[in-house]
Design a protein around this ligand. Structure first.
Ligand code: UGY
Ligand code: MN
Length: 247
């Protein structure tokens, strides 16, 4: 739905942000060609990671060499070929991948209009632990678990929940009327993309109507809560930093 001139649902606050698609502006990002890329979250906002929305044209591609940055990606629609080191697979909608720091990776052969969300962060190695391995998977193979006992709020944990991983990428699906059970306040930071449906997100002391396509940044300790509203389930993809020392 288009808004009257001069209006937007976007709000960028010091400790949280809602980025509605109506305000998107493309960036040229080294390594990505034949695509419209929007950097919806990054350090300029105050975040310690980046969230990119990439919409590929036919013939577009992404090529990144190994280094200190790790990348988790989720294919929202369309299809591509993902290669990470020696691993290579075709991924359709619902496909996801994790490219560890030090591994080069690429996305090629996109169907026109393919939408991919990328989360990128500087890897924090864990002393005495092996580095995480590349992953290419499909959300349909990941069972949703009731969140804190609620079968109407299901969590799919896409990456292994083991100490060597310093990030998580999850999908949360809520039946209409289901909620986060309490207002969470935690050290972990989030980047989020609404995939389906709608609801209301509480961020600090503000309540925002949100819908598919919206992106949200929550700084560490941003109080957060969600209720799914409307007649269809709501789901979101989100990033979280995990498994590292407090000091
Ligand atoms: O994993 C989480 O912290 C999740 N429960 N947070 C959220 O959905 N805002
Ligand atoms: Mn949370």
């Amino acid at each position: 739905m288009s808004l009257p001139y001069g209006q937007t649902r976007t709000r960028v606050a010091a400790r949280h942000a809602l980025i509605a698609p109506d305000g998107h502006v493309k960036s040229s990002v080294p390594g990505i060609t034949g695509a419209a890329t929007v950097i919806v979250i990054n350090g300029a906002m105050g975040a310690r990671f980046a969230q990119l929305l990439v919409t590929f044209e036919a013939g577009g591609r992404a090529d990144f060499s190994g280094g200190e940055i790790e990348t988790a990606g989720y294919i929202e629609s369309g299809g591509v070929t993902v290669k990470i080191g020696a691993e290579k697979a075709k991924c359709g909608a619902g496909g996801f991948f994790f490219a560890p720091a030090e591994s080069g990776w690429s996305i090629t052969a996109p169907k026109a209009g393919t939408r991919i969300t990328l989360f990128q962060k500087k890897f924090q190695p864990l002393a005495g632990s092996v580095a995480p391995s590349p992953i290419i998977g499909d959300v349909r193979d990941v069972k949703g678990q009731p969140f804190l006992g609620d079968p109407d709020a299901r969590l799919q944990v896409l990456l292994p929940d083991v100490p060597e991983f310093d990030l998580a990428m999850n999908i949360f699906t809520y039946q209409p009327g289901a909620t986060l059970p309490f207002v969470e306040t935690h050290v972990m930071e989030h980047g989020l993309l609404m995939l389906e449906g709608q609801g209301v997100y509480r961020l600090e002391d503000a309540w925002y109507p949100v819908a598919a396509g919206d992106a949200i940044w929550m700084a560490p300790y941003c109080p957060q809560w969600f209720v799914a509203m409307g007649k269809a389930p709501a789901s979101y993809l989100y990033y979280k930093d995990v498994n590292r020392a407090a000091l």
